[in-house]
Design a protein around this ligand. Sequence first.
Ligand code: 3UK
Length: 505
Amino acid sequence: DLKVRLPARFNVAVPFVDRHIAEGRGAKVAIRTASETVTYAELAERVNRAGNALLASGLKPGDRVLMVVKDCPAFFYLFWGAIKAGIVPAPLNTMLRAADYAYLFEDSGCGLVVYSTEFAAEVEPALTQVGVKASTIDAFLAELPKASDRLEARLASPTADCFWLYSSGSTGRPKGAVHLQRDMVVTSECYGVRALGVREDDVSYSAGKLFFAYGLGNSMTFPLWTGSTAVLDDRRPTPDSTFETIETFKPTLYFGAPTLFAAQLAALEKKPRDFSSIRACVSAAEALPSDIFRRWKEKTGTVILDGIGSTECLHIFIGNRLDEYKPGTSGKPVPGYEVKIVDEHGKPVPQGESGRLWIRSESAAKYYWNKPEKTAETMVEGWLNTGDTYRQDEDGFFIYDGRSDDMLKVGGIWCSPVEVESCLITHPAVLEAAVVGHADEHSLIKPKAFVVLKQAGVGGPALTEELMAVCKKTLAPYKYPRWVEYVPELPKTATGKIQRFKLRS
Ligand code: 3UK
């Protein structure tokens, strides 16, 4: 039986945090960073103090605390302190712009925003606009010594709302995926332990940050579930920063994404690095080209296990394993997850044919906050529509065939073509724009813009520079178009909808 069993009433902070004290792991290091180490005993105490500090700030069980927090131990204190007190934490992408934050503060109806000062330039204007209560991480940490180190865990059902993660869509605003008490137990046990084999003596390091569901599992829930150790680095991941972290902290598991593996490979051509501590690498967020797998293995001697996960499912649901992998595929369903590939009528396709991928699992978000229509479209009778097109090969491995919608993964992060188009048309020279994915030299997708100008013939390198600059300035910088092609008109349907699929080919 692959189902994960939980008591009728519990609080998920107990097995993830408090259990380690009872099991005699108090002196073991839970978190390592360049400037500090935190033991399991220190973690449990600070989680209690954080929960009490949140309650003292006026938050009540069920209220949301939004986190714009870099990868640091305080992320753990805040997240688990909230959960233990029955408050709902929602970590946000730290790369967003003021207008995005204003929307999220409003949409969530949150009682408090806690942010790292590194993000103040985008967070503070949004706070002023929305008028929500806020604290910097430093101010929050300064409150902890005054708060009690004892906190009674607030018990709830395994299917009670627990935390949120926002995910973006092709049109419209980000959707808050509401995750339940049991969800982190399910991902940690099914993918973390059963598929990946995370164990107590592992040291995990994830280039993907904690605010992504991917990083949250890699560097927080899997280590805490197994009583192992997480390495946190608050820098923007580059080849140099990640190699330095690997050489300094000697992780056994390294979690990256294809764009970063490609950049690391380019850097390895110039200077070899020490990978001897690593027993497995994991890649997710977009498909890993088999050429990157091959070159990585050649250069580092380690395999990269590609797996597909989503914010809605919380972590990887189809993945390669150390004992069973095939480069160029996403692997096989993770034990405990049900998977089907269906046609547009919902009928399973014959083996080998491409169709839409649906997932059924006990780690799936229950609904999107405030978005009943999106919920009804995506979550149907216990199944979750991933929006991906997949096929299964003769050995049962799942092969990614692209998205069923127009959404792009850029460097592993969602990018809506509509959002980039809306930004491009703010430039006075632009009449219309359409954005699609285009493969770069590593077979990884980046945005490409097709632009119709108000005045034909003025398009050229100078204007292209300007268009890229306006996108970098107004949007999260990774979303800017890497190529701009000037065209006389865009292909459209009779009703005037841009046919992006025609531009892709
Ligand atoms: C795409 C992949 C091909 C796919 C995620 C691991 O990426 C994560 O979550 P998001 O909500 O995006 C989900 C979508 O991204 N995708 C992810 N991984 C792969 N496509 N191969 C892959 N290996 O379109 C999927 O629907 O940002 C990844 C763990 C937790 C996660 N949330």
